[in-house]
Design a protein around this ligand. Structure first.
Ligand code: DQA
Length: 149
């Protein structure tokens, strides 16, 4: 059965394309989501993409993901650096997850150097633009293939 992956994008990522293109590139959220679906299909996987500007929406998706999905790839955007609620949601989520950022957060302001979710993630990818999502899908497939169960 094909793995089903939930891809979560957080606040302001709906503005991709017009938002600081020198940092985030010219692709829109639609472009990014299409790229993710194509990358997943190439790997023989399925993915569902969801974006919200609201912390509670992301928490809700993480809480219910295990009923439908095998793993989560998340760009929590600014909530990465602030959200105890998203950290806590992942603490009780049984699924493996990978943290992704389009930009290299370590080459930017210091407040972006701290993530409240990295310690719970299988791994973190940042600075590779949209390719980071494709790399995360590849890594997720390997992680799921090597599960004991
Ligand atoms: C981001 C980096 C965050 O610091 C920022 O708040 C974002 C996007 C990225 O993809 O590079 O909104 O997660």
């Amino acid at each position: 059965m094909a793995y089903n992956i939930l891809i979560l994008n957080g606040p302001n990522l709906n503005m991709l394309g017009t938002r600081e293109p020198e940092i985030y590139g010219a692709q829109t959220l639609d472009d990014l989501e299409n790229y993710c679906r194509e990358s997943a299909a190439t790997l023989g996987m399925k993915c569902t993409c969801f974006q919200s500007n609201l912390e509670g929406d992301l928490v809700g998706k993480i809480q219910t993901a295990a009923a439908e999905f095998d793993g989560i790839i998340i760009n929590a955007a600014a909530y990465t650096h602030t959200s105890v609620a998203i950290h806590d949601a992942f603490k009780t989520c049984p699924l493996p997850f990978i943290e992704v950022h389009l930009s290299n957060v370590y080459a930017r302001e210091e407040f972006r150097h701290k993530s409240l979710i990295s310690s719970l993630a299988k791994g973190v990818l940042c600075g590779f633009g949209q390719m980071g999502y494709s790399l995360a899908l590849q890594a997720m497939k390997e992680i799921l293939n090597s599960r004991e169960d």
